[in-house]
Design a protein around this ligand. Structure first.
Ligand SMILES: Nc1ncnc2c1ncn2[C@@H]1O[C@H](COP(=O)(O)OP(=O)(O)OP(=O)(O)O)[C@@H](O)[C@H]1O
Length: 253
């Protein structure tokens, strides 16, 4: 079965001022897969992830060259509307960041911004998104209470539901479980495996166990380079490059 390409990164380089943080990156991401980005601190994982929905544009000193093709268009083309792009390529952060509103209003936030007022439609999106994020049963009776009253793991699943509510194609996760206890992190991992059926996920993780447990493909990064990207099993059991082998064996990083 041939896999469907969803995103292609071509010759992507990124500078913070004069400092080069990404060095001529070339990568392919496939639909309905989970891809992990691993590598030592400072190697450029988050920078690469943020480049995929143009979050780095918000930093004035950043210069980017190269292209990221998504649905036949370079997302760095001047014609691209970054607000629309970030709905299609949503992001979940390390610290759960619910807004200080009710659970319901957190989930419908993006739809309200778009001017959607139909209560039946909003109710349906809230239920479907919270179900897909694996938290509906826990919150269905408290939808109109503050999301800030939930545990960290529950808040993170509400944040995932908020991303799902605007119907994304790709979900970026930047160490989305690292601030959580192991049980909460495990529930998020189960959620991500379920979400893979309908979405493409790209995640930065410091946990090699997590990358090997849930990702289909893994990219190992070092000093702004992608050293090797392949099936997760290959990266962990039989990598091509010495640097990858040393890193996954825990010899550095
Ligand atoms: N806003 C910024 N301004 C200047 N330099 C930055 C900025 N963000 C990141 N950098 C630098 O770019 C390089 C890559 O950082 P990045 O955060 O992408 O790495 P990372 O692999 O995600 O690290 P970590 O695992 O520690 O989160 C580092 O040298 C970092 O200091």
């Amino acid at each position: 079965m041939t896999k469907e390409v969803v995103l292609t990164v071509s010759d992507l380089s990124l500078y913070y001022g004069k400092k080069k943080a990404l060095n001529n990156i070339n990568m392919t991401f496939y639909k309905n897969e989970i891809t992990s980005l691993i590598g030592p601190s400072g190697c450029g994982k988050s920078t690469l992830l943020r480049s995929i929905n143009r979050m780095n544009d918000l930093i004035p000193t950043v210069t980017i060259t190269g292209a990221i093709d998504y649905k036949g268009k370079n997302i760095y083309s001047p014609k691209i509307d970054t607000v629309d792009l970030r709905k299609e390529i949503g992001m979940v952060f390390q610290q759960p960041n619910p807004f200080p509103f009710s659970i319901y209003e957190n989930v419908v936030y993006g739809l309200r911004l778009k001017g959607v007022k139909d209560k039946a439609l909003l109710d349906e999106v809230v239920e479907n998104s919270l179900k897909a994020a694996n938290i509906w049963d826990e919150v269905k009776d408290i939808l109109h209470t503050s999301a800030l009253g939930l545990s960290g793991g529950q808040q993170q699943r509400v944040c995932i539901a908020r991303v799902l509510a605007v119907n994304p194609e790709i979900i970026l996760l930047d160490e989305a479980t690292s601030a959580l206890d192991p049980i909460s992190a495990g529930r998020i991992e189960e959620t991500l495996i379920e979400l893979r059926k309908d979405y493409t996920l790209i995640m930065v993780t410091h946990s090699m166990q997590q990358a090997s447990r849930i990702s289909d493909r893994t990219a190992f990064m070092l000093n702004g380079d992608v050293i090797e990207m392949d099936d997760t099993k290959k990266i962990f059991l039989n990598p091509e490059k010495k640097e990858t082998e040393d890193y996954v064996a825990g010899k550095f990083g």
